[in-house]
Design a protein around this ligand. Structure first.
Ligand code: EPZ
Length: 430
């Protein structure tokens, strides 16, 4: 089984280039099926989740041409059918974006129910509510969500919860509807703005993305485009916290500092120096870390996707910290693993009460999901001794070349697949 072997204790120092945003990419790839003309997408992160989306697209006859590792050309001219149910797609959450995109363009879609990280119940009632409001019929049969409409008509939709997925999905379903759609209580994450900008570059008329009211005027046709995806806010945040926990000095490059404000603010609160420039942020952790309180919130609040990373840092910060998870109900599963590394954390409902310890020690641990997995890697990098991390397939869903990027900052980490390779790693690092 593939795992990461890590010897902790080295401060991470240097510069690291951040890739395209996974959660923008997943929406944009689906939206690319909404025109028959060729769409070129640049800065596409090379991840398990993006590969699964592309594979699903090929499975229904869409032409996918890889120009290079981060650029792809998509031509949805010869779609064979509107049923997406192949195995790889069942594992990822973003499969639901094909519902909005195919419904919007072809007035019909059948997509396997979404999988993804097991971090809570993750209903899709708001997506369905939006499709129905636009005039579509939605039903669940044979493990597929089936949606169809004779005609989609613009309307006023109030989302009952602030949902990234529902906002993007309803936006895609509405761009080719007849008339005007208003989505209220929309999510405001940077990737929502990115998907809206992408749709606009294809000829859509979407205004207000990034605020809580999105206004869409339906157009009859979308055209081809060339578009570069924004940098990944969460990949950047993960490296910024990795600098904090290893007492390092890391500059994340190719980022939009504005998207990182809530993350930078918390790092400064716990004692790090954060320097911003046009497209880079440097984090220096020269002083001991101190405690704080944090509650995850929709953007521009502190992201739920950074909750495990900040918890790992607070586990090493002086004093008592409280982390409240307000987005997903089951996102503290990794705490058991962190406790095995020496953390002192008590979870009560959606709150973690953390008493900082002076150090973690290496252990054999398992990644329970994507972000928690990455956070446990940072814990292992800070820990005394050797750790192994299993189930790294979760981490590979959202971090491109994670071990290589960490190595370039001085980390001792290797991907190993056999006991022999693990043994070799132990001998090498001495
Ligand atoms: C997206 O998930 C991201 N995934 C998640 O990233 C991220 O954690 C999450 O947004 C919040 O920022 C993708 O973009 C593929 P939501 P999504 O709909 O869209 C409730 C990662 O690690 N809700 O904003 O599924 C829901 O249960 C992943 O990269 C409903 O009740 O999240 C949750 O409590 C993990 N009904 C809240 O809303 C619905 O119909 C926010 O979920 C939809 C959501």
């Amino acid at each position: 089984m593939e795992q990461y072997a890590i010897k902790g204790g080295n401060p991470l120092v240097g510069e690291v280039e951040i890739g395209g945003a996974k959660n923008a990419a997943l929406g944009i790839l689906a939206a690319a099926v909404m025109t028959e003309e060729t769409v070129t997408i640049e800065n596409l992160p090379d991840l398990r989740d993006t590969a699964a989306m592309l594979q699903a697209m090929e499975s229904i006859g869409i032409k996918v041409e890889r120009v290079n590792r981060h650029t792809v050309k998509i031509t949805a001219k010869s779609i064979r059918d509107l049923v997406i149910e192949e195995d790889s797609i069942k594992k990822i959450r973003a499969s639901y974006y094909f519902l909005g995109a195919l419904l919007g363009k072809y007035r019909r879609a059948e997509v396997a129910l979404p999988g993804g990280c097991n971090i809570g119940l993750r209903p899709i009632d708001q997506h369905i509510k939006g499709f129905r409001a636009l005039g579509a019929d939605v039903r669940i049969e044979r493990g597929l969500v089936i949606t169809e409409a004779q005609q989609l008509k613009g309307t006023h939709i109030y989302l009952d919860v602030v949902s990234v997925g529902a906002t993007i999905n309803v936006m895609m379903a509405a761009v080719m509807a007849e008339g005007k759609t208003i989505i209220e209580n929309a999510a405001k994450e940077p990737h929502i703005v990115d998907v809206a900008n992408f749709l606009n570059s294809m000829g859509a008329n979407v205004k207000g993305a990034g605020t809580d009211v999105i206004r869409i005027k339906g157009v009859s046709k979308l055209h081809g485009t060339e578009y570069a995806i924004i940098p990944d806010q969460i990949e950047a945040g993960t490296f910024m916290f990795a600098a904090a926990v290893t007492k390092g000095d890391v500059t994340v490059k190719n980022v939009i500092p504005k998207h990182l404000e809530s993350i930078s603010a918390k790092l400064m609160e716990i004692g790090c120096e954060v320097e911003e420039s046009d497209d880079a942020v440097r984090v220096v952790a020269a002083k001991p870390l101190t405690h704080t309180h944090v509650k995850t919130l929709p953007y521009p609040g502190f992201p739920t996707d950074m909750q495990p990373q900040i918890t790992v840092a607070l586990g090493l910060s002086k004093g008592t910290s409280i982390v409240t998870e307000s987005i997903f109900e089951n996102r503290f599963k990794y705490v058991d693993e962190l406790t095995r590394m020496g953390a002192n954390i008590k979870v009560e409902g959606n709150t973690a009460i953390i008493d900082g310890v002076s150090k973690y020690t290496g252990a054999s641990i398992t990644a329970p999901d994507l972000r928690a997995g990455a956070a446990l890697v940072t814990a292992a990098l800070a820990a005394e001794g050797i750790s192994t991390i299993d189930d790294i397939k979760f981490i590979e869903r959202g971090y491109e070349d994670f071990p290589q990027k960490l190595q370039s900052l001085g980390a001792q980490i290797e991907k190993v697949s056999t006991d022999r390779e693990l043994q070799k790693f132990r001998l090498k690092i001495g």
